[in-house]
Design a protein around this ligand. Structure first.
Ligand code: NDP
Ligand code: HSE
Length: 443
């Protein structure tokens, strides 16, 4: 069969920014191999975006591509088979995606914020209309983690997932540690390279990672999307001091996203985390992402690759385009369910509040260098059944009477640690706030 002679699948592309442009470029560059894989040509025939300059420059000399400011006209056009949403944000993305579904179009999106917040509505609409919504690019950029969780690991009861899933924050932390760059200059560089969200507070405050974690958690545990249950703490308050002390103790600080099936419910949390430097995942640097998945049958599996950027993300968008092209004539009942589990089989397992989470802690205290200080602190911890794993007391700098104490605790319930911190901060010999960073051994 001559695949090139087959009627092309027609794609309406919304947004011609970093990922839109990357998708256009890779689809054209690898057209011949993609046709051989998909079984028929995949052509972007309509592009809807705000400023048309980039789209004009990219498509110059290519016949059969219509550019417009009117995104709704792309979504409604009768010739468009698949709508690719790459504008980002909630509105008008939500309305356009729902309109595309209502018009019977399949949708490919990289928009994790949209799916984490409105995924339940979008997938219900897609299921009712019998169309596909594919979203590989929404989590961990170019790593095919959705495919792995939804299909490759389908035999397993997933126990937990821990991932570095925000390229911007990982890039900033790597630059701060390796080159001594400031937080601000590293963030500016991540923005210049096209890694950051339109509003970079989403990256540095853990919100983007929480969006992605919400999606992975739903697929892993067969629960609806519950972004409202996610705890997000970012890297903006981390100091070089703590990064250095962690290294001295054999740990690296990463923005880690963790979802775990605990006895009392599901944990869904993103926060800076000390990870033993000897773990592979602790050595994932720059805009690279990594996701560690613990399944009951397979054990731990690790997926690593570029988590952001034009072409790595385009790689995932185009993989979805090929999947949808291959499957679009299949009976909807025989397609892989959007969220891995059959839509009528989702469970209502509760999510755990942060106070109930069990993990280990790094605590740094600035104290007066006086006898008895340490005894007061260890008594407060012992009274709450918090056991100490390691402790370091720094020499006070020349001529100063204050010094740092660093404590690593064994695993304990978060609410006990927060109570202990409040009592420690009330001691007359303790100066300022106690720094608290969670620690995961990941073994
Ligand atoms: P950009 O900001 O680079 O591109 C967005 C594009 O959409 C621009 O062309 C923009 O136009 C257009 N646009 C935005 N809002 C509107 C609107 N209301 N009407 C018309 N056009 C609009 O974003 P990215 O390409 O980086 O990201 C796109 C999506 O992909 C987001 O959901 C993001 O979270 C996700 N993503 C991004 C990754 C990355 O590495 N960058 C990786 C994985 C996912 P204009 O140029 O005029 O502003
Ligand atoms: N801003 C995101 C990141 C893009 O830095 O990871 C990829 O989702």
């Amino acid at each position: 069969m001559n695949h090139v002679a087959m009627k092309p699948i027609q794609v309406g592309l919304l947004g011609m920014g970093t990922v839109g442009l990357g998708t256009w470029t890779v689809l054209r560059r690898n057209e011949e191999e993609i046709v051989r894989r998909a079984g028929r040509p995949i052509r972007i025939t309509r592009i809807g975006t705000r400023s048309l300059d980039k789209a004009r420059a990219a498509t110059q000399g290519v016949a059969g591509v219509h550019l417009t400011h009117d995104l709704e006209s792309v979504v409604q056009h009768p010739d468009v088979d698949i709508v690719v949403e790459l504008i980002g944000g909630i509105e008008p993305a939500r309305t356009l995606v729902l309109q595309a579904i209502a018009a019977g179009k399949h949708v490919v999106t990289a928009n994790k914020a949209l799916l984490a917040m409105h995924g339940n509505e979008i997938f219900a609409a897609a299921h009712a209309r019998g169309v596909m919504v594919a979203f590989e690019a929404a989590v961990a950029g170019g790593i095919p983690i959705i495919k792995a969780l939804r299909e490759g690991l389908t035999a397993n009861r997933i126990e937990w997932i821990a991932g570095i899933i925000n390229g911007t924050s990982n890039f900033i932390l790597s630059e701060m540690r390796a080159t001594g760059a400031s937080f601000e200059s590293a963030l500016a560089e991540a923005q210049a390279r096209g890694y950051a969200e339109a509003d970079p507070t989403f990256d540095v405050e853990g919100i983007d990672a929480a969006h992605k974690l919400t999606i992975m958690s739903a697929i892993a545990f067969g629960v609806p999307m519950h972004f409202d249950a996610a705890y997000a703490e970012g890297i903006s308050k981390l100091t070089r001091e703590d990064i250095r002390y962690a290294e001295e103790l054999g740990y690296r600080i990463k923005l880690l996203a963790i979802t775990r099936r605990a006895k009392a419910g599901i944990e869904l949390r993103v926060h800076p985390t000390l990870i033993p430097t000897k773990r592979l995942i602790a050595n994932v640097e720059g805009a690279m992402n990594a996701v560690l998945v613990q399944g009951d049958a397979v054990g731990p599996t690790l997926y690593s690759g570029p988590g952001a950027g034009a072409e790595p993300t385009a790689s995932a968008v185009i993989a979805d385009l090929v999947d949808v092209t291959r499957m679009h004539t299949a009976d909807p009942e025989h397609r892989v369910p959007h969220l891995a589990f059959q839509p009528d089989q989702l469970s209502d397992t509760p999510f755990l509040p942060m106070g109930e989470v069990v993990t280990s802690y790094y605590l740094r205290l600035r104290v007066l260098d006086r006898p008895g200080v340490l005894a007061d602190i260890t008594r407060i911890l012992a009274d709450r059944d918090i056991s100490i794993d390691a402790m370091v007391q720094k020499e006070p700098p020349e001529g100063e009477d204050q010094t740092d104490i660093i404590l690593l605790t064994h695993r304990t319930v978060e609410k006990r640690v927060m109570d202990a911190i409040a009592h420690i901060e009330a001691l007359a010999t303790v100066r300022g706030k106690v720094v608290r960073i969670r620690l995961e051994a990941l073994n």
